[in-house]
Design a protein around this ligand. Structure first.
Ligand SMILES: [Zn+2]
Length: 311
């Protein structure tokens, strides 16, 4: 994990191909999964870190101290917590479509709903918890970055399409990856400007984008960080209407600063009391452990009152 790349490399992860199948096969049972996680949020109002159940406390504290603090996974002030704060309860996405597949108007609408659902599956775990001020996050897609603008079928007048591309270095070692990588303007990217408190986005804050949803043909697994979530184009298209999406939610978890648990030494010595979506393949949905790890993380990062004023 090279230090200079910080969050980007630290959060890069590969989920085994089998997880893709699990995610796809799990669509049918997702509704009940969603219901069980919303119960957690609705029954725990005005909670704080001291309320963490005893069975979760040792493992959550171990991960915070021995992984997140040591690895500095919350140091960059561009976690999804920071992004939501800066956007006053909103998150803006650009879809980066590294694929020759067309996207219909219905698919684009579904993609926006899907992103909103996944972000709010995480956010609702923070609802009513330790001063977190946003009960619901307004998630918008503010642009489409594609190599060929005709891929955006039935383009609406209010849709913005970017057609600049750079070369994806990954295509040099893997010829199945498209060489052309579409990009949105750096001037509108929070990722490029979050360190400058005086930066103003051309056209105003509403025009900025916080993260990419990045679909790549023939990509294996997933990757996530404060820059967004990357996965196969087909995985995105096949999960547009799913309630909980294993890889998408896992990669968003990295955006909140949560780590991977691939190696045994990376996991709590006593193990996890229940499965976690952050250990790839361990859970197809956000669990109670993930909820408390997310909450505990918020309780820690909010101590920096210059970063999160009045919390
Ligand atoms: Zn991961």
């Amino acid at each position: 994990m090279p230090k200079k790349n910080g969050m980007i490399m630290a959060s890069f992860s590969l989920v085994v191909a089998a997880s893709l199948l699990v995610g796809g096969a799990n669509v049918g049972s997702a509704a009940s999964d969603l219901e069980s996680t919303s119960d957690i949020a609705s029954t725990n109002i005005n909670l704080a870190a001291a309320d963490i159940p005893a069975k979760f406390k040792p493992s959550v504290e171990w991960v915070w101290k021995n992984r997140m603090v040591k690895e500095g996974s919350t140091n960059r002030k561009n976690l999804i917590f920071d992004q939501i704060y800066a956007g006053k309860g909103t998150l803006n996405y650009v879809v980066r479509w590294q694929s020759s597949k067309n996207i219909t108007l219905q698919q684009r609408k579904d993609m926006a709903s899907m992103l909103s659902r996944q972000i709010n599956n995480w956010n609702k775990q923070l609802k009513g918890y330790d001063g977190w001020p946003y009960n619901n996050i307004t998630v918008k897609i503010v642009g489409w970055a594609v190599a060929n603008p005709s891929q955006i079928l039935n383009k609406q007048s209010n849709e913005i399409v970017y057609t600049d591309t750079i070369t994806d270095d990954l295509s040099k070692t893997d010829p199945n990856i498209p060489a052309k990588l579409p990009v949105a303007p750096n001037a509108l990217s929070r990722f490029e400007h979050f360190m400058d408190p005086n930066y103003s986005y051309p056209g105003g804050l509403d025009k900025r984008f916080d993260m990419y949803l990045w679909g790549t043909s023939n990509f294996q697994g997933g990757a996530g960080g404060d820059w967004g979530q990357r996965m196969p184009d087909d995985y995105i298209l096949n999960t547009l209407n799913s309630d909980e999406i294993q890889i998408t939610e896992h990669e968003m978890g990295h955006g909140f600063g949560l780590p991977d648990f691939y190696e045994e030494h990376e996991r709590p010595p006593g193990g996890f009391p229940v499965p976690t979506i952050m250990w790839a393949g361990n859970s197809p949905k956000i669990t109670e452990w993930d909820t408390w790890m997310l909450r505990y993380t918020w309780s820690q990062v909010k101590k920096d009152t210059s970063r999160f004023p009045n919390r």
